[in-house]
Design a protein around this ligand. Structure first.
Ligand code: FAD
Ligand code: NAP
Length: 509
């Protein structure tokens, strides 16, 4: 529901909108793109039917507005008239109608809580619910109900101390296997935010600091004991009476999915060509940010386009494919690398392409449901990628070849239209020469007559030809990523070939 970005992505008549059986996927009418919606919201037209008045809405009143031509939906206590938006919703009218006349918060969060509906639907705002909303505002409530007693006991805690020059915030996570990817720290304009990921929960320290601090922030993680120190340098040599004023979500331990996305501004430091239409963007994190995007996870980029905040997901890659797997590849942690295809009609990628070196863009905390533990004991790993669906495979490939000791084979089956579209082809071929566990197979759907390699599209026969386990009873994982219909079809073919749900991981939003 209310999803704009990924589902809007394939052009109305593009291949991506049609699945194996030719089933049409929510084709939007011409003139109903995200940009068209933004234009309509700026036109001054009364989209709520209330001439700009905001009202208090009772549950009974909300329930009355449950038809396509009169459809109100509540999200986090705010009620929107989504009738004007119906035809623009890339997920289709039926998806939106599932929440008609009700509180759609849970449904919205399940599908795409990252979509910036406040900005997208601001002209559709009818008012607030008169009663307490059914679902709590994101990340605002120290919600411990529903957690078992043992989880309650696991709630982290914090303390702080100071020297003449520094302030140290100590977080006791009560977890034995902490690592840098589980600690996200930002310090901007006297506001300190430290988020610790504990399983599917998030602990937050968030305060308005008592005094100003310097830009660089150090983070020490005692992995075995689960103690985290955030070390701030005082700007002035004064004694602090308190750490600062707690902000609303301070000292809360809630489900990760209930925590609002946090963004920080990152500087574009370089933009290099990967292929004719794909570029590698190198973004620099602020000095005061500690953030490592885990393998298989994505971030959201947010940009104001024609007055509306638009958000799209991207999967960070490495600066290049490391060829030496003796030690885990580590870069400085100060940069995020994104490999992004620029579409000539793309709303967001066109805006990204117009960014100049030195410009800033907002980058969110990481999200995603891939867990490294899925790979740790693997013997055979297959990666099925189409186009930029290659991006989650980059860190995964590096992680598997470096850190999975029992790994026998990694095979990348890479689907593209033409030879010119193949991302990092040379690097992949070099890697295949260098590491005998790695093999790459390129498959082109629209090759020129010179192409001597494999031709075709994802199909059951191609998969049975290329996905072959090295030994009977091998522990196998098959990861798949690309346009949604590609991924859906691939998963189905793999299931038909006898692979279980646990042996398949599909990267989706
Ligand atoms: P939109 O304005 O949404 O529209 C796309 C337009 O581009 C269409 O109108 C059409 O003209 C054209 N177009 C769409 N699809 C095609 C196609 N297959 N071939 C030709 N033209 C087409 N993208 C990356 O580049 N790198 C990533 O790392 C990445 N990671 C992602 C991670 C996740 C979890 C998800 C869900 C998506 C990811 N994407 C990634 C896709 C990305 O989020 C955007 O959807 C994409 O950048 C297009 O945005 P846009 O606003 O420019 O295009
Ligand atoms: P593309 O160049 O359009 O297509 C790559 C290959 O996939 C081509 O061979 C293409 O064949 C084939 N293909 C496209 N649609 C297909 C379909 N419906 N069925 C079967 N094969 C299909 O791809 P792209 O422009 O790079 O797009 C990459 C996609 O990956 C985007 O949709 C992006 O959102 C997604 N992505 C997702 C994630 C994630 O984590 N979820 C990460 C990165 C990217 P044709 O010749 O038939 O077009």
């Amino acid at each position: 529901m209310l999803n704009v970005p990924p589902q809007a992505f394939p052009a109305p008549r593009s291949q991506q909108r049609v699945s194996a059986g030719g089933r049409a996927k929510v084709p939007l009418k011409p003139g109903r793109s995200l940009m068209d919606w933004i234009r309509l919201t700026k036109s001054g037209k009364d989209l709520t039917g209330l001439k700009g008045r905001l009202i208090e809405v009772t549950e009974d009143e909300l329930a009355k507005h449950n038809k396509k031509e009169d459809c109100w939906i509540c999200i986090r206590g705010f009620v929107y008239n989504v009738t004007p938006y119906m035809e623009y919703h890339p997920g289709g009218e039926d998806e939106l109608m599932k929440a008609a006349g009700t509180d759609g918060t849970d449904l919205f969060d399940q599908v795409h809580r990252w979509v910036n509906y406040e900005s997208m639907l601001k002209e559709c705002l009818v008012g607030r619910m008169a009663v307490k909303p059914i679902a709590a505002p994101k990340g605002m409530v120290p919600e411990k109900k529903g957690l078992g007693a043992s989880v309650k006991d696991l709630t982290p805690s914090y303390d702080w101390f100071q020297t003449d020059n520094s302030i140290t915030v100590v977080i006791y996570t009560k977890q034995k296997d902490m690592n840098a990817e589980l600690v996200i720290v930002d310090c901007q304009d006297k506001r300190l935010r430290g988020e610790i990921i504990v399983g599917d929960h998030s602990y937050l320290v968030e305060v308005d600091l008592d005094h100003a601090v310097q830009e660089d922030v150090a983070v020490n993680i005692a992995e075995k004991v689960g103690k985290i120190e955030i070390i701030l340098k005082k700007k002035d040599n004064v004694h602090w009476k308190m750490l600062g004023q707690p902000l609303e979500s301070h000292n809360t331990f809630i489900k990760r999915t209930d925590r609002g996305l946090f963004y920080r501004k990152c500087k574009l430091v370089s933009k290099t060509e990967v292929t004719h239409d794909t570029k590698l963007f190198r973004l620099m994190l602020p000095k005061s940010t500690h953030l490592h995007v885990p393998t298989g996870q994505h971030v959201y980029l947010k940009k104001n386009i024609a007055g509306t905040e638009v958000v799209k997901p991207y999967t960070p890659v490495l600066p290049f494919l490391p060829l030496d797997f003796k030690e885990p590849f580590s870069h400085d942690g100060a940069h995020i690398y994104l490999m992004i295809k620029i579409y000539s009609c793309g709303l967001f990628t066109q805006a990204l392409d117009h960014l100049q070196i030195g410009d800033y863009i907002s980058v969110s905390n990481p999200e995603g449901n891939f867990k490294k533990s899925q790979v740790q004991t693997l013997e055979d790993l297959f990666l099925l990628a189409a186009g930029t669906g290659f991006t989650p495979m980059v860190k995964l490939l590096n992680f598997a070849l470096t850190e999975v000791s029992c790994l026998r084979t990694v095979k990348l089956i890479f689907f593209n239209k033409t030879e010119d579209d193949i991302l990092w082809r040379n690097q992949l071929e070099q890697l295949a020469l260098k590491d005998e566990r790695f093999e790459v197979q390129f498959i082109l759907s629209q090759p020129t007559k010179d192409w001597v390699g494999k031709q075709g599209k994802i199909s059951s026969s191609l998969l049975s030809e290329f996905v072959k386990i090295s030994r009977k009873d091998s522990k196998v994982l098959i990861c798949i990523c690309g346009p949604t219909p590609f991924t859906e079809q691939g998963v189905q073919y793999l299931k038909d070939l006898g692979y279980s749900q646990e042996e398949i991981h599909a990267f989706t939003a």
